[in-house]
Design a protein around this ligand. Structure first.
Ligand SMILES: NC(=O)c1ccc[n+]([C@@H]2O[C@H](COP(=O)([O-])OP(=O)(O)OC[C@H]3O[C@@H](n4cnc5c(N)ncnc54)[C@H](OP(=O)(O)O)[C@@H]3O)[C@@H](O)[C@H]2O)c1
Length: 284
């Protein structure tokens, strides 16, 4: 039986990955806080020893708080990832590491490719980029998958926030100058399984097909939920946050399409299914 270690396996992505990996025949071991600390080398060694492949979903993901905790964010998102690479290189294990659109910073307006220049605008983005660089320098057999705007059943995210706000307010203002693709963690999990089958090296971008502004996504959620809430567009400046977000989170996914055994779904299709599933489970 193939053994998979998921670091950060109780988080939003890790939870959906565990379900998908078990369904495809992997024996899965979860490593997460409070028992597992990715910055502890001894614990990392034990986790890597225990498996055939490792997926690193563990990260310091509190994007705004990171601005006041840069050392902790760097330790988790960068230094620990370098150490993971060093240990995996010695042990000869395959590592899949998850990264983010926050490594980009609006140098271009077109969909970003893996070869495009990075320019992170926040502590979180800088530490995630440094983690990618340290893993690549470690020489271990690895792939890095950058993802964006993810949502799932096991965590708070933009979709769950808009659903909650729309249910209690008559109108909502939503940012119209940030563009990307809402992407289900269940689809990211399917992509990771393709990587575990083929073990490709290198850097890849993964997102649902198509693009929309946050405002357009919020409108879609409200319409799909058959709520009366009116959604009004505004600019990012209307909601200043400690961490600056990229305005262009559009990914070019041509490279990963050659690895995947499925066609990336349109963001509207997966999001509609997600909202319908929530509606069908909500007591009337
Ligand atoms: N969510 C998004 O929109 C998005 C977008 C792009 C990329 N990503 C990337 O996707 C990956 C998965 O993120 P997610 O959305 O699943 O986030 P998440 O729900 O916050 O999951 C991260 C997991 O890592 C754990 N963790 C944090 N610090 C740790 C440490 N020092 N040692 C061990 N485990 C630790 C967290 O535990 P606690 O919950 O106890 O802190 C949590 O279980 C991350 O690499 C993230 O950067 C996410």
């Amino acid at each position: 039986m193939k053994k998979l270690a998921i670091l950060g396996g109780n988080g939003m992505l890790g939870s959906d990955l565990r379900i998908a990996a078990v369904a495809s025949g992997w024996t899965v071991q979860i490593y997460d806080l409070p028992d597992f600390q990715i910055t502890n080398s001894r614990q990392l060694e034990k986790a890597i020893e225990s498996c055939d492949c490792v997926v690193n979903c563990a990260a310091y993901t509190a994007v705004d708080k990171a601005e006041t905790e840069p050392e902790l964010c760097e330790a988790v998102n960068a230094l620990a990832v370098g150490e993971l690479g060093r240990i995996a290189a010695t042990a000869g294990k395959y590592v899949i590491h998850i990264s983010t659109d926050f490594v980009f910073g609006d140098l271009a307006d077109s969909p970003q490719s893996e070869t495009d220049l990075t320019n992170p605008l926040s502590v979180y983005g800088r530490t995630k980029l440094h983690g990618e660089q340290l893993l690549a320098a470690s020489g271990c057999h690895h792939a890095i998958i950058r993802i964006e705007w993810t949502y799932g059943r096991h965590g708070n995210n933009f979709i769950s926030k808009i659903l909650a706000l729309a249910a209690e307010r008559e109108s909502l203002k939503v940012i119209s100058d940030q563009t990307g693709a809402p992407t289900a963690t269940s689809d990211v999990a399917r992509a990771i399984l393709c990587f575990l089958d083929n073990k490709p090296d290198g850097l890849y971008h993964f997102a649902a097909d198509g693009f929309a502004s946050r405002y357009e996504v919020a409108e879609f959620i409200v319409r799909q939920s058959q709520l009366e809430t009116s959604v009004l567009p505004c600019l990012s400046d209307a909601f200043p946050t400690p961490a600056v977000r990229p305005k262009n989170s559009k990914f070019n996914c041509k490279k990963i399409d050659r690895i995947l055994s499925f066609k990336r779904p349109r963001w509207q299709d997966t999001l509609a299914d997600f909202i319908n599933a929530i509606k069908s489970q909500t007591p009337k």
